[in-house]
Design a protein around this ligand. Structure first.
Ligand SMILES: NC(=O)c1ccc[n+]([C@@H]2O[C@H](COP(=O)([O-])OP(=O)(O)OC[C@H]3O[C@@H](n4cnc5c(N)ncnc54)[C@H](OP(=O)(O)O)[C@@H]3O)[C@@H](O)[C@H]2O)c1
Length: 268
């Protein structure tokens, strides 16, 4: 438990959540909010962050918000060090992420978008988790949760960088768990299917086994609290993963190339 400099003598559990201005990150902030909790909430939109902050304050938690663009990994690391120096972080939840697909009629994904996506979905969370793991290992306690996706199970022709970045986060998380277990630092990889958030709402068409965001947050928090290594949900995606693994790759690719997905532009 961390002591916070908020004139209260009661030690508070400090949880830092990235992507807390929307979707899963905001729902997790709301889930964890209670009087003995201090939440540090990161996102880009100050307005959306303040909305989450209001909800968690109403539940009795103390809160600090921080508007940051994590395509800049150096700034993110500096801000993480500062937050942890002020009050040691007990739990780091790295939920920020972006998704994108190949634009219609383009032969490949847009280079500037894939560079951003590589930072937001992979490079920055990996650097933040590594920095935090080292600090938590010294303290012999702490928990880090990272957000993968069932997209990482498949060679998605329309979303090569999204599926690739999430596959990278997946391998990194389980490797970090192997490294951190002797130091009493827990690592949890969350691998969701479709969750009803602004990210999935950008996509047009049927989203199989769509999960409401509050239900997803409860499931994720249960997995984190029990110290689980990997949570894949809904479980049916374990079957699609198995199916792709047993099919000859050329045949799997032929099927995957038929997937047609359209997306709306991101909200401002
Ligand atoms: N929803 C799904 O179906 C689904 C499925 C599998 C995995 N996931 C993963 O779950 C995580 C959360 O997604 P979500 O559904 O909650 O999406 P969301 O509602 O779109 O929220 C994304 C969050 O990430 C933040 N973010 C995006 N780019 C950022 C940047 N450059 N710098 C700082 N923060 C940035 C956003 O901040 P602002 O809003 O302030 O810009 C927002 O808080 C992501 O990692 C996503 O890949 C989602």
């Amino acid at each position: 438990m961390s002591k916070l400099n908020d004139n209260s003598s009661t030690p508070k559990h400090h949880i830092l959540i990235t992507g807390a201005s929307s979707g899963i990150g905001a729902a997790l902030a709301e889930f964890y909010a209670r009087p003995n909790i201090h939440l540090t909430l990161w996102g880009r939109s100050e307005e959306r962050l303040e909305k989450t902050a209001e909800t968690v304050r109403a539940k009795g938690a103390t809160v600090a918000t921080f508007s940051i663009d994590i395509t800049n990994a150096e700034s993110a690391i500096e801000a993480l060090r500062k937050a942890d120096d002020e009050a040691p972080v007990d739990m780091l939840i790295l939920s920020a992420g972006m998704a994108d697909i190949r634009p219609q009629n383009a032969l490949a994904e847009a280079t500037d978008t894939v560079l951003k996506m590589s930072m937001v979905n992979f490079a920055t969370p990996v650097a933040m988790a590594t920095e935090m793991a080292g600090r938590m290992a010294e303290r012999k306690s702490g928990h880090i949760a990272l957000m993968g996706s069932v997209a990482s199970f498949h060679d998605l022709p329309l979303a090569t960088v999204y599926s690739g970045s999430k596959a990278g986060i997946g391998r990194f998380s389980t490797a970090l768990r192997a490294a951190m277990t002797p130091h009493n630092v827990k690592i949890t990889l969350i691998v969701p299917g479709f969750i009803d958030t602004p990210m999935s709402q950008r996509l047009e068409g049927e989203q199989a086994f769509l999960v409401p965001v509050d239900k997803a947050a409860r499931k994720i928090a249960r997995a984190i609290n029990s110290g689980r290594g990997v949570l894949v949900f809904p479980w049916v995606f374990q079957l699609t993963r198995l199916l792709e693994a047993v099919l000859p790759r050329a045949l799997a690719h032929k099927i995957l190339r038929r997937l047609e997905i359209m997306q709306h532009p991101p909200a401002a």
